[in-house]
Design a protein around this ligand. Structure first.
Ligand code: ADP
Ligand code: MG
Length: 622
């Protein structure tokens, strides 16, 4: 062992330095969580050792099962958390304790700096190892990678960097495998030296860690202070809501309460235990491009993988554990993809999660609402992706409609108007804007409910041909709409229908002539009652909102919209009456419709000057 190499200083990655600075100065009062983070890392390290030892049994040739020890030292004012897990070599110490690999960290940190109430956000992020700097002004990590003869020491007092050096002979004698983390406690963190404090925190946060946690206090013998059983293997009747909450927080590294808990054991062709949770709040990386799942796979209590793609991407918010009795222990992570047993488990568990969500929606609408508010946009990805479960996912979905909030399609269908055969929707940026959209007018006049879809993902899933209970979903801004058979609420309004409007053919010809290539067609509208015009997509084309999203990403050539006009509107009538203004008026019909859809006219300056021109002309006449 080389003990002569001098310690080497290295800077933290900028994000780490920023995070540390936030931790040190934050008002975050829940400093207890540092211990939970360190124990959770120690437990992960024990899991990893057991996994690697499956193919390399020599790694645990000493026969000692992995464990975790907590050692307070009142004379030195230090608290140590020691594990006999996988350990870290020099490079791992540098990479793991000097950088944050998670994507989205940068944007998270900037949100954290802006937010006044930073503490909730810290919880969302799960600060991990760095949480220890809330209670320690200096941290020394001594580690030996399992199977290695080298011991390395990482140390830091926070600030901008850390030191890395080879361990001394004493270090090597003390740390035979795994990691020792020594916290030099701050003055105001001395309470963490008290055995009862440590025990309280472990019971509250880490009781269900699978590995034994021993407290090695100065007074008395070392004793185990957690139950060290895999909670998911225990029977439901032995577990309280509190137990589940703790298990959820520990497995997910979360701080919120689970909005749904699903615990069962499957027996039969395959046996496995399932413990899954739906969080009640959104994690910050929910919309990460990788769409990684968070359900851990165990085989007979041995951790195998963090993300075995057990659930489809649209259920990536679900957290928890699947523990199989039948999969081979030595299954490699690469083999997980194609393993037929796992394919069965995937299918069964996915179905179960969805039916559980469904029954939660029926029985506990408030708990379900929490999940829907946080993860609805993610679940809706499934309507598009999971053809087999499309109908089920549609019935899970809740919508803001012209009738109210959180409406299900089941409710929608129960409230259909006489002769109504379709489920109508409109996509756009906000419900408020949509409510003012002229395309709703005719539906509103008939009391027809319309789904107001405002999540970006809505534009995508609605592009698939869909129906619910045999009723097709139909966009109010696409294709032909025929409300002819559905009675008006106010039947006196019916009379107006017969009122002579402007000459249809002439009007349309004039508008087409004026607008030329700007629109693909001009036609009289069934949708409008009060407004003059609106833009819709052709029957075969993308819906208008999807067009807009795709255009933003340069994904598809935009197709030209159809301009629908209200033949009874005075502005439309004016086109034939005042041929000099016909061109300006035609453009105005188009540009108004664009604005009402939340778009800008192609040439805002020309729009303004046209408008001014028409107004002045009107004033001069009047
Ligand atoms: P996370 O646990 O979410 O990955 P942490 O900040 O808690 O984030 O830890 C960072 C990384 O440092 C871990 O992923 C792990 O690779 C490494 N690490 C931390 N503590 C230990 C330990 N006791 N033994 C082995 N590796 C560890
Ligand atoms: Mg961690």
């Amino acid at each position: 062992m080389t003990t002569t190499t001098p310690p080497e200083s290295q800077p933290f990655q900028a994000e780490v330095a920023e995070l540390l600075n936030l931790m040190v100065h934050s008002v975050y009062s829940e400093t207890d969580i540092f211990l939970r983070e360190l124990i959770s890392n120690a437990s992960d390290a024990c899991d990893k050792l057991r996994y690697e030892a499956i193919s390399a049994p020599d790694l645990i040739a000493d026969g000692a099962p992995p464990d975790i020890r907590i050692v307070p030292d009142k004379k030195a004012d230090t608290l140590s958390v020691i594990d006999s897990g996988i350990g870290m070599d020099r490079q791992e110490l540098i990479d793991n304790l000097g950088t944050i690999a998670r994507s989205g960290t940068k944007s998270f940190l900037s949100r954290l700096t802006e937010a006044k109430e930073g503490s909730n956000l810290i919880g969302q992020f799960g600060v991990g190892f760095y949480a220890a700097f809330m209670v320690a002004d200096r941290i020394v990590v001594t580690s030996r990678r399992a199977g290695s003869s080298d011991v390395w020491v990482w140390s830091s007092s926070g600030g901008s960097g850390f030191e890395i050096a080879p361990g001394s002979e004493a270090d090597a004698a003390r740390v035979v495998r795994g990691t020792e983390i020594v916290l030099h406690l701050k003055k105001d963190a001395q309470k963490y030296l008290e055995a009862h404090e440590i025990e309280r925190i472990v019971r509250a946060w880490s009781d269900n860690i699978q590995f034994p946690i021993r407290l090695v206090a100065e007074e008395g013998d070392p004793r185990q202070i957690n139950s060290a059983s895999a909670l998911w293997q225990r029977s439901k009747s032995d577990l309280s809501v509190e137990d589940y909450k703790q298990a959820y927080q520990q497995i997910a590294g979360a701080f919120d309460e689970p909005a749904m808990t699903l615990h069962y054991r499957a027996e039969g062709r395959q046996s496995y235990a399932v413990l899954l949770f739906a969080p009640s709040t959104k994690p910050f990386d929910l919309f990460d491009q990788a769409r990684k799942g968070k359900v851990k796979l165990y085989v007979r209590r041995v951790f195998i993988a963090d993300d075995a793609d057990i659930l489809p991407a649209y259920l990536r918010f679900i957290r928890g554990v699947i523990d199989s009795e039948d999969l081979p222990l030595n299954i490699s992570r690469e083999m997980l993809q194609n393993n037929p047993q796992l394919t069965q488990i995937r299918k069964a568990v996915t179905g179960r999660v969805i039916s559980e969500l469904e029954s939660l929606g029926d029985k506990e609408p408030e708990a379900f609402a929490q999940i829907w508010d946080a993860f609805g946009p993610v679940i809706k990805e499934g309507i598009w992706e999971d053809f087999e479960r499309r109908e089920k996912l549609l019935s899970l979905s809740r919508f803001t409609t012209t009738k109210g909030e959180k409406r299900s399609l089941k409710q929608y269908v129960e409230d259909l108007k006489p002769n109504q055969t379709d489920v109508y929707y409109l996509t756009g940026e906000s419900a408020e804007r949509l409510k003012a959209n002229p395309k709703l007018e005719s539906a509103t006049a008939r009391g027809i409910e319309v789904l107001l879809l405002t999540d970006p993902v809505d534009a995508f899933w609605t592009s698939a041909p869909l129906d619910f209970g045999g009723k097709p979903l139909k966009s109010l801004s696409q294709g032909d709409i025929d409300f002819g058979l559905i009675p008006l609420l106010d039947d006196k309004a019916e009379d107006k229908k017969g009122e002579a409007g402007a000459d249809e053919a002439t009007t349309i010809a004039l508008i087409k002539d004026a607008l030329g290539e700007r629109v693909s067609d001009v036609r009289p509208s069934q949708r409008l009652t009060a407004s003059a015009s609106c833009l819709v997509a052709g029957g075969g084309a993308h819906d208008r909102m999807l067009e807009r999203l795709l255009a933003m990403q340069n994904k598809a050539p935009t197709t030209k919209p159809i301009l629908e006009i209200n033949m009874r509107h005075p502005l439309v009538a004016a086109i034939t009456a005042d041929k000099d203004a016909a061109k300006d008026l035609s453009f105005l019909l188009l540009e108004q419709a664009q604005i009402l859809d939340g778009e800008l006219p192609e040439d805002p300056a020309a729009f303004a000057s046209r408008l001014n021109h028409l107004v002045l002309r009107g004033l001069a006449k009047g």
